[in-house]
Design a protein around this ligand. Structure first.
Ligand SMILES: C[S@@+](CC[C@H](N)C(=O)[O-])C[C@H]1O[C@@H](n2cnc3c(N)ncnc32)[C@H](O)[C@@H]1O
Length: 222
């Protein structure tokens, strides 16, 4: 499918699929969205709540690597040791990756963005003392793990274009892979997803969304 690189409202770039009218991130700001949904409402929420000095994160959709990059920066700045596993079925090419400008916008030299992309798939790599990354080449629909995670970033494309990924068996799999008090977050606020999460046993919160989006979902395992 045809892909375009677009610039979002905060100046950061992302990928857009014209045929789907769907992007990897919000056009209101890729960095702002990722920072709000995944870092502030997921990772930071879980860290502060349990005063964690180490934790594990599972991401559905490695994509541009932006969530991994922001997590690595968070880990370093907050002196938290983070193990980060990210599942992806359609890795981007080096050419596409070279178009992103997250490091220039964030003006940080703490983490080398390219290093996150250069790591081999399936091989865990210590990026620094606070961040270890493993990228897993797999389909969300069949991926499962015996590892338990403290936070899950659920960053699939929207249910309008990929309804098969926002279904109860996949959400149940997320629940099973979370540790006690684990936190699941997504940008979506879809009613059927909220109801499925509640049926599975999560405590679900509708919280303020990122720019351009009124609400998003956060679910906690008890
Ligand atoms: C919304 S984008 C994720 C953006 C990403 N988190 C980032 O920071 O750039 C959705 C991602 O899910 C991946 N994806 C779509 N369907 C998938 C599937 N069935 N299994 C695994 N990955 C899938 C896409 O290739 C894309 O990278």
């Amino acid at each position: 499918m045809k892909k375009q690189i677009i610039t979002t409202a905060d100046g950061s770039k992302t990928i857009h699929f014209p045929e789907w009218n769907e992007s990897y991130h919000s056009k209101h700001g890729a960095i702002q969205e990722a920072q709000h949904v995944y870092i502030k409402s997921g990772l930071d929420f879980r860290c502060k709540r349990h005063q964690s000095s180490s934790l594990s994160v599972l991401e559905f959709g490695f994509g541009t690597g932006l969530n991994a990059y922001l997590t690595a920066i968070y880990a370093k700045e907050n002196q938290v040791k983070i193990t980060y596993h990210s599942v992806e079925k359609f890795p981007l090419s080096q050419q596409e990756i070279s178009d992103f400008n997250f490091d220039k916008i964030l003006k940080t030299k703490q983490i080398d963005f390219n290093k996150l992309h250069e790591t081999e798939w399936e091989s865990p790599l210590k990026i620094n003392d606070s961040f270890q990354l493993k990228k897993i080449l797999a389909d969300f629909q069949s991926f499962t793990s015996k590892d338990k995670y403290d936070v899950i970033f659920f960053d699939a494309f929207g249910s309008r274009v990929q309804p098969e990924l926002w279904v109860k068996p996949i959400l149940q799999n997320c629940y099973d892979m979370l540790s006690k008090h684990g936190v699941w977050v997504t940008y979506s606020c879809k009613g059927s997803v909220r109801r499925d999460l509640e049926d599975i046993g999560f405590k679900v919160e509708k919280i303020a969304g990122p720019p351009g989006k009124r609400e998003m979902l956060r679910a906690i395992k008890f």
